[in-house]
Design a protein around this ligand. Structure first.
Ligand code: 13P
Ligand code: SF4
Length: 311
C-alpha cells in the first residue's frame, strides 16, 4: 500500500468511527497502522478500563477475542465489534471451563485467580481475574492462608510465587509466543548490550530464570508497564522481551530512545490477524458483533470488576 492509500484508509476508518459513534481500542501488539488510528492503545488492563468507562455507543476492539469478550461483559449496553472473530489466543485455549471445574473439585474452598487471557466461560468459574499489570496486587489482596488456584499461565504463576512469596497451585498453560523467548536470547543480548535495560513480560518462559539472575537492569513488566518505565527512565537503550508489536508504541512514546526486540520471532499471529482493511470493513458493515451469553456474563462480571478495581 502506498503512503497515500494508507492515509486515505486511515481517514476512512476515523470518519466511519465518528459517524457510528464508535471508540477504537487497540492492544499494544497490534500492527502499527492499526495502533495509529486507534483512540486508545494499551495493555489488557488499560483496555478493560477504557471499555468500562467509554461514553461511545460502540467499541471496536482491535485485539484478540477474549479481550473483546471482556469488553462486552464490562459494557453490556454497548455494541462490541472485533474486526476478525478468528483472532484467538493460544494461552486462553489452554484451559476450558470443564477443566477448571474439575480442578476446583479437587481443591474445595480454594480461591480461583484467572489471568484475563481466558474465555468468558472460564471467567464465570473464577473469583478474581488479573492481568500482568496487576497480578501481584491481586494475589496480595487475598488473605495469606487462603489456598489459591492460578490459571492458565505457568510462567506468570511461577513469577507470582517468587514475588509474593506464596505457594500457588499453578495450571500448566503457556503462550506459544512468550514461551518461545528463551533464556539464551536474553543471555546473548545481555552480553552484546551491557548498557541496555532489559524489559521482560512475565509470560515469557525466561521470566523466572531472569529473576534468578536479576540485576538492577532487569525489569519484569506488563506491556503498559514497559511503556511507562521506558519513558520515565534516564537510560536510552532497552531490550524488549515480549511480542514485537510493542516496539512501535515504545518508539512513538519515546522517539529519542532505542528499543530492540530480544527475539524478532516473537510475533503473535492472532494479534496480527487484525488489519486496517478489516477494521474499516467492521465499522462499515457493522461486523463482527461479540456477544456473551447473559448468564455467563453475569457470573464472569464480578471477577472482572475485581480485576479492574485492583491497581
Ligand atoms: P498485557 O496485559 O501485558 O498487555 O499482555 C497481554 C497479552 O496477551 C500478553 O501476551
Ligand atoms: Fe495470547 Fe500469546 Fe498472543 Fe498474547 S501473545 S494474545 S497470550 S497468543
Amino acid at each position: 500500500m502506498t503512503t497515500l492509500e494508507l492515509t486515505r484508509l486511515q481517514d476512512e476508518v476515523k470518519a466511519l468511527a465518528r459517524e457510528r459513534d464508535a471508540v477504537v481500542l487497540a492492544h499494544n501488539y497490534q500492527v502499527p497502522e492499526v495502533q495509529d488510528v486507534a483512540d486508545y492503545v494499551g495493555d489488557s488492563l488499560g483496555l478493560s478500563r477504557e471499555a468500562a468507562a467509554t461514553n461511545a455507543s460502540a467499541i471496536v476492539f482491535c485485539g484478540v477475542h477474549f479481550m473483546a469478550e471482556t469488553a462486552a461483559i464490562l459494557a453490556p449496553d454497548k455494541t462490541v465489534l472485533i474486526p476478525d472473530p478468528d483472532a484467538g489466543c493460544s494461552l486462553a485455549a489452554s484451559i476450558t471451563a470443564d477443566q477448571l471445574r474439575a480442578w476446583k473439585a479437587e481443591h474445595p474452598g480454594a480461591v480461583v485467580v484467572s489471568y484475563v487471557n481466558t474465555t468468558a466461560e472460564v471467567k464465570a468459574e473464577t473469583d478474581y481475574c488479573c492481568t500482568s499489570g496487576n497480578a501481584k496486587a491481586v494475589i496480595e489482596a487475598i488473605p495469606p492462608a487462603q489456598e489459591i488456584l492460578f490459571c492458565p499461565d505457568m510462567f506468570l504463576g511461577m513469577w507470582l510465587e517468587r514475588v509474593t512469596g506464596r505457594k500457588l497451585n499453578v495450571w500448566l498453560g503457556e503462550c506459544h509466543v512468550h514461551a518461545g523467548i528463551r533464556p539464551a536470547d536474553i543471555e546473548r543480548w545481555q552480553a552484546e548490550a551491557p548498557d541496555a535495560e532489559l524489559l521482560v513480560h512475565p509470560e515469557c518462559g525466561c521470566a523466572s530464570q531472569c529473576m534468578a539472575f536479576a540485576n538492577d537492569r532487569t525489569h519484569i513488566l506488563s506491556t503498559e508497564g514497559m511503556v511507562k518505565f521506558a519513558k520515565a527512565s534516564p537510560k536510552n537503550r532497552f531490550l524488549i522481551a515480549t511480542e514485537t508489536g510493542i516496539i512501535h508504541r515504545l518508539q512513538k512514546e519515546a522517539p529519542e530512545k532505542r528499543f530492540e526486540a530480544v527475539s524478532e520471532k516473537a510475533i503473535c499471529k492472532y494479534m496480527k490477524m487484525i488489519t486496517l482493511e478489516k477494521l474499516r470493513d467492521s465499522l462499515r458493515d457493522w461486523k463482527h458483533v461479540v456477544t456473551v451469553e447473559p448468564e455467563i456474563a453475569e457470573r464472569a462480571r464480578g471477577a472482572i470488576e475485581r480485576m479492574v478495581a485492583i491497581a
